[in-house]
Design a protein around this ligand. Structure first.
Ligand code: NAD
Length: 340
């Protein structure tokens, strides 16, 4: 079938979603909307999208899309997701970070439990060809038993830490998290709608014993000195019999005969493939309930709880047993703590 798809929010990131349709066969963009009409018109012109709106509900009612791409700032997403769900939209791809704090996390946990709308969070790195290959290698036991995962980003947690945390969960086989011991410092409100610690580290223990280190912000490894701040996402997974290491511009892996193989990556080219992979995963899930997208809302909320645990761990100077029930105002408590 050909899915009818529509974009909500025609700002900077929306082009990444639209570009992927060059590689997509099962769907097309039929409509878009933004509160800013000029921006919406420019986007619609550029991608030749016929349906043009400044109101999401009007767009949903007139176009009846199968899939929404919600590409708005995180601070306005819960309301949009709730309205999409109430309107019976079958599927929605929602940009990261999925939350901002404890209150919206709890609202989304409640929404996820009752939602018939299938929500996919836009962690497109999970669909990068090299990541997919490495995940297959790990699943096939090519590096033996996974012992340690090291993930980092130089942009803060709410900006890019969430992407590498998603990869960490994938390499840990989506095992539940048992404990989080974190330290964060400073506060940033990126672009006025991504509140987050300036820099944060978490030592994570998964229930199956895998240990992992997550770092986001200043002080995290710079993988390519010429890359901009967002260009330093990386994840390495170490097993009893080898390793796999991915970063945005390249990769390394242990060779079966000993030694290390390595290569370079054209990130911009593979990012479009990754975005198409994520959109296709949404279509797969819509076509078959059993093919749940790996970056589904429930998994992303489990990941967000790790970030909240990092705040709590910093405030109370202790490891946090998972899962836990975060206070609605946990982010405010954290901000107060770092400013005191
Ligand atoms: N996955 C990635 O690689 C990646 C990369 C960049 C940004 N992002 C994420 O994408 C999201 C959007 O980022 P951006 O840079 O496009 O932001 P932006 O501010 O440039 O664009 C957001 C747009 O949403 C519109 N909007 C807000 N509320 C709306 C509503 N109710 N109805 C319709 N439109 C509405 C705004 O008018 C704006 O044009 C952020 O959460 C960001 O973190 C993800």
């Amino acid at each position: 079938m050909s899915f009818k798809c529509a974009v909500v929010g025609c700002g900077g990131r929306s082009g990444g979603h639209a570009d992927a349709y060059r590689l997509i066969k099962r769907g097309k963009l039929v409509a878009c909307c933004d509160l800013n009409k000029k921006l919406m018109d420019q986007f619609a012109e550029r991608y030749q999208i016929p349906g043009r709106y400044t109101d999401m509900m009007e767009m949903i009612q007139k176009e009846r899309p199968d899939v929404l791409h919600i590409v708005t700032p995180p601070t306005v997403r819960v309301g949009l997701m709730r309205r999409a769900m109430d309107a019976g939209v079958p599927g929605a791809i929602v940009e990261k970070p999925i939350c901002v704090g404890g209150k919206d996390y709890k609202e989304l946990v409640a929404l996820e439990k009752k939602s018939k709308t299938k929500f996919v969070v836009n962690h497109q790195l999970r669909h990068q060809p090299r990541i997919v290959e490495f995940l297959d290698d790990v699943a096939q036991g090519k590096i033996g038993q996974v012992r340690f995962i090291d993930a980092s980003a130089v942009f803060p947690m709410a900006g890019q830490g969430v992407h590498v945390l998603d990869l960490m969960f994938a390499f840990a086989g989506y095992n539940p998290v048992a404990t989080v011991f974190g330290a964060s410092s400073g506060y940033d409100d990126i672009d006025g709608h991504h509140p987050t610690s300036k820099t944060a580290e978490c030592l994570i223990t998964f229930a199956n014993g895998i240990r992992a280190a997550l770092q986001a912000g200043k002080g995290a490894p710079m993988v390519d000195p010429s890359a901009p701040g967002w260009g330093h996402k990386r994840v390495a997974v170490y097993g009893t019999n080898g390793f796999r290491y991915w970063w945005m511009q390249g990769w390394e892996k242990s060779a079966p005969s000993g030694g290390t193989e390595r290569g370079v990556t054209d990130y911009a080219a593979v990012d479009v493939q990754a975005q198409a992979g994520l959109t296709n995963a949404m279509f797969d899930w819509l076509e078959d309930d059993k093919k749940v997208s790996p970056t589904n809302l429930k998994t992303s909320l489990d990941q967000w709880l790790v970030i909240l645990a990092g705040y709590l761990s910093t405030i109370e100077s202790r490891p946090v047993d998972m899962p836990f029930d975060p206070a609605d105002d946990l982010l405010d408590q954290f901000v107060k703590h770092v400013r005191s």
